[in-house]
Design a protein around this ligand. Structure first.
Ligand code: SF4
Length: 691
């Protein structure tokens, strides 16, 4: 049959591969995905998508999809009914809660599931179990950026929209391989550069595509970005290039901040970062003289032992130059997973209810308790445990049970061997996922969930834009949408919430949380969207801070910082630094993108990038097998010689079929946010004998 015949169904959906939040029509016949069709009126992407949005859907019908619950018995999984599996989960969680205490149970919500599912995850944790130990994978990526924004401007989200990025006179991209990680935004900026002459500064240890296109490419030594950002702020203030009116009227702590910059001379910056002083001055002047600057950053900044400080220093630089609250300005942490923004917004955080309302605030707690129909003392005011601590404590007397939804924690956490030991020692572990992931293999009960195309809900992209996605096809086998599983589980634990559709969950949250007051499924119908905060009348906020900052007095804060050395650097034995990141064709541990030839054939092998200098020294060619060893472990991998990396820096993609990169990374982390310092991994490299 020709696929233009009327039985072809077209359904609006939202991509689940990155925080750009591309929406498009999916054309299907029964379960067959015929094509992805972009549309002009898609708010984030228009007619653009990348290779993943277009082609990475083979996993939906993969024969290895989980279609029935599994229970571990005598070390083996056996199939079970939903009644048996959910009864077991409910019984064991209530038993551990009642005998050991609620703090012995932890939840990791999914940054790929919907906002409504994030809301239910934290509701079960807080209301039924009585713990605030609920988190999501933002702990491993942009939590330090959020901290930097909380410290300086107040909201934990991008200051504006993709349209603002396109409007900016100058774009600064720091620690972000934008064209592979947020390809559609990169395309839009390439167009802005070509059509409008938008200027571009890139700062990165790796010479990726956007770096090649930049007017100025700053290549700092690993982990030193806070120094150049602070030195530029000092240079701008010292040379009367700051936006003084903005500072006088809209910013607090200007003098304290100025004093804190004393050590950050251009000479110090040149010495520590390795960037020539004149290049730093040129970049500082370009930033100061531009009418509008958007600064984008990602995990090259956040995954350090002081990622929150580095993020703060970038926001400080924007404040000094008056780059908040106007079109085409602001700080933009590029959110990685499709709903990592929403998972945090809707309360999968150890210290916040949905809408970033603090659990430690008595009034806030009383409000949520009233809405949920319980006395305030039923809700804990203690800040809970986060991903990092939960995984460290798992299997000890501090944490005995975990519920992990759609996260590949056994693969993506730093120091994988230690994570596997922790999971093996847990008394009870539940994993809810679409595949028997590496994490699920440690579980006692595995609950088969549905991918986005088999359910309805909303996602929030990097612009804080909430968008609806619609059911394209029915659930496969006995798999169920996460929101249905969580609702059913809650009922078995004595809380019959009676949700029949995710719109009812959103309506409940909007009725309680200030930030989402005017959010509703009606207002999000079809291709409509809303950027939070949303007022009761439905007015949303694409550009933040036009009427002041989200602080007590409406003024921003210049946050003084001190330079702190990274937790791990090179030494005589481990003399190389290992950078790591994503690739255009793949997503995380290949659970989804690894199940189709169209993507796998483009990038089938794991590799380590080696600089031409190092390759010459060690006699390495493309394809040479090498052993990369850190203080934690080692991996064998093939080399790719490229000028994208320089000198003694290596780069490895995070995607591989078996635990690899995280056998090398360590548990050192940013103490402000408990984000592992993935980018601070010192290694050595040996060439393996040729066969
Ligand atoms: Fe999906 Fe991101 Fe690609 Fe858009 S840019 S299609 S959201 S992976």
């Amino acid at each position: 049959k020709h696929w233009r015949q009327p039985e072809v169904k077209r359904t609006k959906t939202v991509c689940t591969y990155c925080g750009v939040g591309c929406s498009f029509e999916m054309w299907t016949r029964d379960r067959q995905i015929l094509k992805v069709q972009p549309v002009e009126h898609a708010p984030a992407n228009g007619i653009s998508t990348c290779i993943k949005g277009k082609f990475a859907w083979d996993f939906v019908n993969d024969p290895k999809r989980l279609t029935t619950p599994l229970i571990r018995e005598n070390g083996q999984f056996r199939e079970a009914s939903w009644d048996e599996a959910l009864d077991l989960v409910a019984r064991r969680f209530m038993q551990i809660r009642d005998t050991e205490g609620p703090e012995k149970i932890g939840f990791i919500g999914s940054s790929k599931a919907s906002n409504e599912e994030a809301y239910l995850t934290q509701k079960i944790a807080r209301l039924i179990i009585g713990t605030n130990s609920v988190d999501n994978s933002s702990r491993y990526c942009q939590n330090p950026a959020t901290k930097g924004l909380f410290r300086t401007v107040g909201y934990g989200g991008d200051a504006g929209t993709i349209e603002d990025m396109e409007k900016a006179e100058l774009i600064v991209i720091v620690g972000s391989n934008l064209s592979e990680n947020h390809p559609v935004i990169a395309s839009k900026l390439k167009a802005a550069r070509k059509l409008r002459g938008q200027k571009l500064i890139v700062a990165d240890v790796r010479g990726h595509e956007m770096a090649e296109r930049a007017d100025i490419f700053l290549r700092p030594n690993a982990s030193t970005d806070m120094i150049w950002a602070s030195a530029m702020a000092r240079y701008i203030l010292d040379n009367d290039l700051a936006d003084t009116e903005f500072l006088e009227t809209k910013v607090n702590q200007v003098e304290e901040f100025r004093e804190s910059l004393a050590p950050f001379t251009m000479e110090f910056a040149e010495q520590k970062t390795g960037i020539p002083k004149q290049q730093l001055i040129d970049a500082a002047e370009m930033i100061a003289r531009a009418d509008s600057v958007c600064l984008l950053w990602a995990m090259g900044i956040t995954q350090h032992s002081h990622g929150a400080d580095i993020s703060t220093s970038l926001s400080n630089l924007l404040l000094v130059t008056g780059n908040y609250g106007k079109p085409g300005t602001g700080g933009y942490p590029m959110r990685g997973h499709n709903n990592v923004q929403g998972a945090s917004d809707f309360g999968c955080l150890k210290n916040m209810y949905p809408g970033y309302e603090k659990v430690s605030n008595d009034e806030v707690r009383a409000k949520w308790a009233k809405a949920w129909g319980v006395p305030p003392e039923k809700l804990s005011g203690e800040v809970g445990s986060d991903n990092f601590l939960m995984v460290q404590d798992a299997g000890t007397e501090k944490l005995q049970a975990m519920y992990i939804i759609g996260e590949e924690t056994a693969f993506s956490d730093a120091n994988a061997n230690s994570v596997h030991d922790s999971f093996s020692n847990l008394e009870f572990m539940v994993v809810q996922d679409i595949f028997l992931s590496r994490t699920a293999q440690f579980a006692d009960v595995v609950l088969p969930a549905c991918p986005s195309v088999e359910k309805e809900g909303t996602f929030t992209n990097t612009e804080r834009r909430i968008q609806r996605f619609y059911q394209v096809m029915p659930p496969l086998g006995n798999s169920r949408p996460d929101w249905e599983i969580l609702t059913d589980l809650a009922k078995r634990m004595g809380h019959d919430w009676g949700y029949t559709h995710p719109s009812e969950i959103m309506a409940e949250c909007a009725g309680i949380s200030e930030m989402f007051k005017g959010v509703s499924y009606e207002r999000l119908e079809g291709w409509k969207s809303q950027c939070w905060p949303v007022r009761e009348d439905g007015t949303d906020t694409p550009l933040l801070y036009t009427d002041g900052f989200h602080t007590d007095d409406g003024k921003a804060v210049l946050f003084p910082l001190e330079w702190k050395e990274p937790a791990e650097g090179p030494d005589a034995e481990y003399d190389l630094m290992l950078d790591n990141g994503r690739m255009l064709e793949h997503f995380q541990g290949l659970n989804q993108t690894g199940r189709g030839e169209r993507l796998m054939s483009r990038s089938p092998n794991w590799f380590v990038e080696v600089s031409p200098e190092l390759a010459k020294e060690k006699n390495i060619e493309d394809g040479t097998w090498v052993k990369v060893t850190s203080r934690r472990g080692s991996v064998e991998v093939q080399a790719l010689v490229t000028e994208r990396v320089r000198g003694k820096t290596l780069f490895m993609p995070i995607h591989q079929g078996k635990p690899g990169l995280n056998l090398l990374t360590g548990e050192h982390h940013d103490p402000d946010v408990n984000t592992p310092a993935y980018k601070e991994t010192a290694v050595k490299l040996e060439v393996l004998p040729r066969e």
